[in-house]
Design a protein around this ligand. Structure first.
Ligand code: PMP
Ligand code: GLN
Length: 390
């Protein structure tokens, strides 16, 4: 018998919930408000730039850290929006999505047994990335109903084995955007305990009625923060998988060392297109935000109307709802029943927690969909009546 069981460090990771729920949506003909991807592509001119790059012969291995023009465009973006000045040659690396940037940062910085503090609920690739690096995850939970960071809990989680803080703001799945006072406390703690911080900022441009403040802009943080983002959310090309990490040369070098043996380089013709995208005028970014804010409000109002206890997110394109008003006490059961009961797919929070109880009744709905798709999902959800007994 061939020994085909996965390595110990991968056991328990299962299939990602996003793949599972998208497959379920397809199999049942459900409206997919599960996996977060827009159902409308990004700007035509950016797609055209990628086509042009293929036709112009940008089809062989690009440089490992990314083509110089994209690295320059990433540095320009960080300066334009946040006043962060970076050396594109040593402080920027292009990756295959933010997923690779996170994995490479963990593989590049974590030794077996090191502790990584992450905000719970965690985006699922963090759990896997920490496990693959041999680290130990230490959760700090964002709790309903407001999902704010408990700074004392964070402080108490730091030990002599803490190697890094892995933060995500705007936060998937809760929609929390860390505010200046929370960031200030994190910065003070990181400086005091000499911690490296990795910040996943893929939803940096999807913030509503508030601002996104990169941790790297706070005093003392530029030298110890690796900031990660990607083109997927900002430009509605999630399938392109172009991401990046920026920060001090030493941290960027650690990412690059791991990256060169994970993917070596990232997709050549997409890189000039993403450089063009990053240089779009401010109006593009403002319009994206306005459009998504409208969709957020549409979905929150609709979910409340059908009886769900929906929380209004400050960022991302996800709404979290408590399913208890509909007679369920478990979000996993709710999400498994939903396609059959009314043809809608959502994501249960529970799978993103070590503290399963904290996430048990919560589910996540994505609103990066056409208005008519959101309306159809709401129309279907309206057929649900409280079930009792689940
Ligand atoms: N981090 C978070 C918080 C996400 O929600 C996602 C999902 N797109 C990613 C990272 C992965 O980004 P990418 O598709 O660029 O790898
Ligand atoms: N980030 C997206 C989400 O949270 C999906 C990415 C993925 O499928 N891994 O839904």
């Amino acid at each position: 018998m061939v020994r085909d069981v996965p390595a110990t460090r991968l056991q328990g990771l299962g299939t990602t919930i996003f793949a599972e729920m998208s497959a379920l949506a397809l199999a049942t003909g459900s409206v997919n408000l599960g996996q977060g991807f827009p159902d409308t592509d990004g700007p035509e001119e950016i797609a055209e730039a990628a086509v042009r790059a293929i036709r112009d012969g940008h089809n062989q291995y690009p440089p490992g850290p990314g083509i110089p023009d994209l690295r320059a465009a990433i540095a320009e973006h960080q300066e334009r929006f946040y006043g962060l000045v970076l050396d594109p040659a040593s402080e920027v690396v292009v990756t295959t999505g933010a997923t690779e940037a996170v994995a490479a940062a963990l593989l590049g910085l974590i030794d077996p047994g090191d502790e990584v503090i992450a905000l719970e609920p965690f985006y699922d690739s963090y759990t896997a990335g920490i496990a693959m690096a041999g680290g130990r995850r230490v959760p700090v939970t964002l709790r309903a109903p407001d999902f704010r960071l408990d700074v004392d809990e964070l402080r108490a989680a730091v030990t002599s084995r803490t190697r890094l803080l892995l933060l995500n703001s705007p936060h998937n799945p809760t929609g929390t955007v860390l505010n200046r006072s929370e960031l200030q406390s994190i910065a003070e703690l990181a400086v005091e305990r000499d911690l490296v911080v990795v910040t996943d900022e893929v939803y940096e441009h999807l913030v509503f009625e508030t601002e996104h403040v990169p941790l790297a802009t706070l005093p003392g943080m530029a030298e110890r923060t690796l900031s990660i983002s990607s083109a997927g959310k900002t430009f509605s090309f999630t399938g392109w998988k172009v991401g990046w990490a920026t920060g001090p040369a030493g941290l960027v070098r650690a990412v690059l060392m791991a990256k060169q043996f994970l993917t070596f380089v990232s997709g050549a013709p997409l890189q000039p297109a993403v450089a063009t995208a990053l240089r779009l005028p401010d109006s593009y970014f403002a319009e994206l935000r306005t459009t998504l804010q409208g969709k957020r409000d549409r979905l929150v109002a609709g979910l409340r109307e059908v009886g769900l206890d929906a929380f209004r997110p400050q960022g991302t394109y996800f709404v979290t709802a408590d399913v208890r008003p509909l007679g369920y006490d478990d979000g996993v059961t709710f999400c498994r029943d939903l396609p059959r009961r009314c043809g809608v797919v959502a994501i249960p929070h529970q799978v993103f927690y070590d503290d399963v109880e904290a996430g048990r009744p919560l589910v996540r709905f994505a609103f990066c969909k056409r208005d008519e798709v959101l309306d159809e999902a709401l129309r279907r959800l309206a057929s649900l009546t409280p079930t009792g007994g689940h």
